[in-house]
Design a protein around this ligand. Structure first.
Ligand code: ZN
Length: 410
């Protein structure tokens, strides 16, 4: 499977459930206090059907584990495992987490306990509690057996089993099918529905996630903050394109939108918890831990968003992250958004952002290059050349080093 097809496969066929819609009527059915796990730890598939489903997911997991898109940063992976473990307690060894390079805000869970989180999700959450809200939601799908329950209620199992059989044959090479074929086979409405969840299940996973958050000692109101940030980002993206933002929760056919009903329901759960507990609910957000663990990858995650060329969303994201303080990476990328957008006044906005970026200790080397060129353009030759020299000092082996040296007259 090519990276592109794998990406399409993962984002369209699997759960995709963080975006899965949970409407208000469905959400009202379960509250965090009423839900328990439906399985014991060390759960194994209980019959041939379920084994077939697991077999398919195990094969997919091998593909994911070997993917070029897998983020192998050890610190980040240990951190993700620890936070998931803190949420899951005695179930901690039943779930494996894979962080993938994919700019979409998404996460998913398969019935065999493979959890996938995208870099687009990690780029947007601001602290550990927000991250835990989404991880807890995915764990809710696993512990409440959502995929299996979905599957058991489906009438057209024979078609599903046919695809499982393709996967099995592919494993032996008997039919010559590879993952590319399989991904295309799976990318049908039938299988997509097998791996996506109903509104009711999404509501249940939201409630379960917030229960896990509370038990692990995270501030529950951070769950709704994830959604409000996402909704505001969508609004900003739409506004930048002169379009109206549509909260598709009013339509029962929508599959992906971050709905305001869902945000309000999560807020209500958090308030209910705060009201019910005699002792104050923890306000732990784990901001410092999150910052430390994601620091080595943060620049790449943000750059990935800027490259999507969605200035409204990018500027919203940068300002959202800057609520915890501006720094060199955020300012440099702010400048990049303006430089790439290139509307009237943007060149000056970009130059200003680069000037601010290099004042921070964590300014990326590229910030000095951008700052240098902006200064040269403005006629400030001496300062411009000094900034370019600084870039070369920081990145002596940069791909454009020879060109910069030429500009510097070296
Ligand atoms: Zn979900």
């Amino acid at each position: 499977m090519t990276d592109q097809s794998r990406r399409r496969f993962l984002s369209h066929s699997l759960c995709g459930c963080v975006f899965g819609l949970a409407g208000a009527n469905a959400l009202a059915k379960s509250t965090p206090g009423q839900l328990d796990a439906l399985i014991s730890s060390d759960y194994q598939p209980s019959d041939a059907d379920e084994r077939g489903l697991w077999h398919l997911c195990d094969r997919l997991e091998k593909e994911v584990a070997a993917s070029n898109l897998l983020i192998r940063d050890e610190g980040l992976n240990t951190y993700l495992r620890n936070v998931t473990g803190r949420l899951l307690g005695s179930y901690r060894s039943d779930v494996r987490i894979y962080a993938m390079r994919n700019a979409d805000f998404n996460a998913s869970m398969t019935p065999n306990g493979m959890m996938i989180v995208n870099s687009g999700f990690l780029a947007r959450v601001r602290n550990e509690a927000q991250m835990a809200a989404v991880l807890g939601h995915e764990c809710g799908h696993y512990l409440r057996l959502h995929t299996v329950r979905n599957w058991r209620s489906m009438k057209a199992k024979s078609a599903v089993m046919a695809v499982v059989a393709i996967a099995g044959a592919g494993a032996t090479g008997a039919t010559g099918n590879n993952w590319y074929d399989l991904a295309n086979a799976i990318n049908t409405g039938l299988l997509a529905s097998m791996f996506s969840f109903s509104r009711e299940m999404e509501g249940e996973a939201d409630a379960f996630g917030i229960k896990l958050m509370r038990e692990a000692g995270y501030a529950p109101h951070e769950a709704s903050a994830v959604w409000s940030q996402l909704i505001e980002e969508r609004k900003a993206a739409a506004a930048a394109r002169n379009k109206r933002y549509k909260d598709n929760s009013v339509s029962s056919f929508s599959t992906h939108p971050p709905s305001s009903e869902r945000m309000f329901q999560l807020k209500a759960y958090a308030m209910e918890m705060e009201g019910r507990q005699r002792e104050a609910v923890t306000s732990e957000t784990g901001r410092a831990e999150f910052v430390a663990a994601t620091a080595p990858m943060r620049e790449a995650f943000i750059e990935e968003q800027i490259k999507l060329n969605d200035p409204g969303a990018s500027l919203y994201l940068l300002n959202s992250l800057a609520q915890d303080g501006w720094d060199g990476v955020l300012r440099y990328n702010e400048g990049e958004v303006y430089r790439l957008r290139d509307e009237e006044g943007d060149a000056q906005r970009a130059a200003d952002a680069f000037t601010q970026a290099v004042r921070f200790e964590n300014a990326p080397a590229e910030a000095y290059r951008a700052h240098g060129y902006a200064l040269l353009k403005a006629g400030a030759n001496e300062d411009g050349l000094r900034a370019l020299s600084r870039y070369l000092e920081l990145e002596p082996n940069a791909a454009d080093a020879a060109m910069i040296r030429f500009t510097l007259g070296h």
